[in-house]
Design a protein around this ligand. Structure first.
Ligand code: NAI
Ligand code: MG
Length: 320
């Protein structure tokens, strides 16, 4: 029996995840699901954002469908999604960006880098340690090299080795693993890469990079496909997998039924692929294409459909 943990989180996570889950469960009524409440809203209500018990329960699922959580800019509050990624050792964050004539997979190192969680505040400054380990770099480099090999495409290593020593190590290991895999690869500085990906998206296949660079680069790449409402992601480890839209809780539009659920629905499609239901994932992608072409779109894409009515249109395109 497949068991899915549903974690809507905060803000628009609570609007887009029910839509995505409704589609998945229509295709797979045999899946069992259970909801886990974590995030800022829970913290506001109870003073707790996520417990060890929540983490244990998530570990029991075959996959996790996650919305987004609000992280207030308060140095006493730590990010729930970072805690989950660390606790489940979800070291590879896969962020596909696909258009009519390009197909890019951003592979973001998800366990260390500037999001290592090693940080402190002093009187006149605050410090965050950017950790790049040999083992952490090697496992993400292998993951990206395997993906590039399977796709028969170029591997681009996004880095800032010209000024950051830890990126010299990251780049070296990525080059080693790419050579070992026998794939074509190049190393590019992340700042110029961020521009070039917009100007020449067709040049790129798989891009591997460190944690914060991957976070930023994937939002930037959203420009190519209509914005953050379009981008799904997978957080993969050796034992667990969590699927979530790239976007956050979007407090500016939360509660209005305006959120684009495509990123969440696509994250659900990635979950299905992960569980071995690739054909269903393809059906979902086809349905998204045909519904958008028919003019049914949420406001971020210039339409007037609500989050829920867009989801219903997808379900009817799927014949559910
Ligand atoms: P955001 O991604 O929530 O929003 C950025 C902009 O994109 C906003 O104008 C928003 O309305 C728009 N947008 C995002 N998703 C959309 C969708 N599905 N449909 C239509 N428009 C959409 O990023 P922001 O504003 O930087 O962060 C808001 C909160 O989300 C913060 O507390 C942040 O910490 C959190 N966050 C959580 C993430 C997670 O849980 N994985 C990831 C990113 C941010
Ligand atoms: Mg982000």
């Amino acid at each position: 029996m497949v068991r899915i943990a549903i974690v809507p989180g905060d803000g628009i996570g609570r609007e887009v995840i029910p839509v995505a889950w409704n589609i998945i469960s229509s295709l797979h009524p045999e899946f069992e699901s259970f909801e886990v409440e974590v995030g800022y809203a829970r913290w506001q209500r109870t003073g707790i954002s996520c417990t060890d018990e929540d983490i244990s329960v998530m570990k029991e699922a075959d996959a996790i469908l996650f919305g987004a959580v609000t992280t207030p800019p308060d140095s006493c509050y730590s990010s729930v999604i970072l805690r989950i990624r660390h606790a489940l050792d979800l070291y590879a964050n896969l962020r596909p960006v696909k258009g009519d004539d390009f197909d890019i997979m951003i592979v973001r190192e998800n366990s260390e880098g500037l999001y290592s969680g090693i940080e402190w505040r002093e009187k006149d400054r605050a410090c965050t340690v950017r950790v790049v380990s040999v083992e952490g770099s090697r496992r993400i480099a292998r993951c990206a090299s395997h993906l590039a090999k399977a796709r028969g495409c170029l591997l681009t290593i996004g880095n800032k080795a010209n000024v950051i020593k830890s990126d010299v190590l990251f780049r070296e290991i990525c080059c080693e693993e790419a050579s070992r895999a026998g794939i074509p690869f190049e190393a590019c500085f992340i700042d110029s890469l961020a521009l070039d990906i917009l100007q020449h998206p067709k040049r790129y296949g798989v891009i591997v990079t460190t944690n914060i660079f991957g976070d930023i680069l994937s939002d930037v790449a959203g420009y190519l496909v209509g914005g953050l409402g379009m981008l799904p992601s997978a957080n993969i480890g050796d034992q667990h997998a969590l699927f979530e839209p790239v976007h956050g809780s979007a407090p500016d539009i939360a509660g209005q039924g305006r959120a684009n659920p495509i990123a969440a629905i696509r994250s659900g499609a990635m979950l299905l692929t992960h569980l071995g239901f690739k054909e269903d994932a393809e059906l979902i992608e086809d349905a998204i294409r045909s519904v958008c072409q028919s003019g049914i779109r949420t406001p971020d894409l210039g339409g007037s459909a609500s989050t829920g009515s867009f989801g219903e249109a997808i379900r009817s395109a799927l014949g559910c």
